[in-house]
Design a protein around this ligand. Structure first.
Ligand SMILES: [Zn+2]
Length: 347
């Protein structure tokens, strides 16, 4: 099959790779219905994060089960399934506590920008939808594999509750969906921090009540101004840089919470300064699996439409173009269609 491989920074190729096959009895093979490019794929793409060269790419996926290993009990061929970017058995103590992305058997998916994908620990990783989804729900269902679940975790980790004041740092797909999550959780006020008109518009559609365009200390000062000089109850950090983390800490009121889900790159915390902030800090790779059943229900019943974050759709074979568009910030998030032009023209 032809699939996506990163050979060197900015060198994405769509090239021949072996068809995935069942390796362990707990595996499943899925025919990918739709897949996409993640903001975190840009870290190795830009050469900021080291990787084994060449490396297959992609960790967001949903599709139809084609084959399961002999030990797979609940997942069946023919089902439409969605899985997390991190695999989980969903039975170990970490999974039972709701931290499936820290499962003792965890593996990170990295072969999903492909027409077929092997998913380890199928029973614990995958969740089936109530039936085969209509075509127009595919983008939203795909976001549950990572970005929507990650935005949801940011809000959950930041203790968003009805009536709370929330600030969201970052206007990438995760930041925008963190706004949607905060809205669903009943936040009273949601301040989106964004400098881009099109992203501000989507943030407002998802539930943002205010937009702050300033960054860094200026941005934090404006958040304080909007919150009686205190800072927000809940701050959702969805970038992962030193600047965004400091912006988040300075935007939170004493006793408030930060949920941080942007994978930190070159960021560090001065604990002596942090000690005096009285801020709760919780984050990490999102336990997407915990939220999948609830989020599938919300999408299935058309109560949320997170698929709106996709503003570029390409056939999978043009994946390199999708990376370029996101790298140059011409696209928020690229949806990739493994069935190519045929499927694209139907949309
Ligand atoms: Zn586990």
């Amino acid at each position: 099959m032809l699939a996506t491989v990163l050979h060197a920074p900015r060198d994405i190729r769509f090239e021949e790779r072996d068809e995935p096959r069942i390796i362990k009895a707990t595996d499943a093979i899925i025919k990918t219905s739709v897949t996409c490019i993640c903001g975190s794929d840009l870290w190795p793409y830009r050469g900021i994060q080291a990787f084994a060269q060449p490396t297959p790419m992609g960790h967001e996926y949903c599709g139809i089960v084609e084959e399961v290993g002999s030990a797979v009990k609940s997942i069946k061929p023919g089902q439409f399934v969605i899985g997390s970017f991190a695999t989980s058995d969903n039975t170990c103590p970490n999974c039972q506590y709701g931290y499936q992305s820290s499962c003792v058997q965890r593996e990170f998916m990295s072969t999903a920008q492909a027409p077929r994908v092997r998913v380890p620990l199928a029973d614990g990783t995958l969740v089936a939808t109530p039936g085969l989804p209509p075509q127009d729900l595919l983008p939203s269902l795909l976001t549950l594999s990572d970005v929507m679940g990650t935005g949801w975790f940011a809000a959950d980790a930041a203790n968003v509750k009805p009536g709370k004041t929330v600030a969201v740092v970052g206007d990438g797909a995760v930041g925008l969906l963190a706004v949607l999550a905060a809205k669903q959780m009943g936040a009273g006020r949601i301040i989106a921090m964004s400098r881009h008109t099109s992203r501000q518009k989507l943030a407002r559609e998802f539930g943002a009540t205010d937009v702050v365009t300033e960054r860094g200390d200026e941005g934090a000062a404006l958040i304080k101004e909007l919150t009686l000089g205190l800072g927000a109850d809940c701050v959702l950090e969805c970038v992962g840089t030193q600047e965004s983390m400091m912006q988040a800490i300075r935007s939170t009121r004493p006793g408030g919470y930060i949920g941080y889900v942007g994978v930190p790159h070159g960021a560090s915390l001065n604990l002596e300064q942090f000690f005096f902030t009285h801020v709760h800090l919780h984050g990490g790779p999102a336990p997407v699996r915990r939220y999948l059943p609830r989020l599938i229900e919300l999408v299935w019943n058309r109560e949320i439409n997170p698929g709106k974050v996709f503003d570029l759709t390409l056939p999978l074979e043009r994946v390199a173009e999708g990376y370029r568009a996101m790298d140059e910030r011409r696209a928020i998030k690229t949806l990739l269609l493994p069935d190519g032009i045929k499927q694209e023209s139907r949309r």
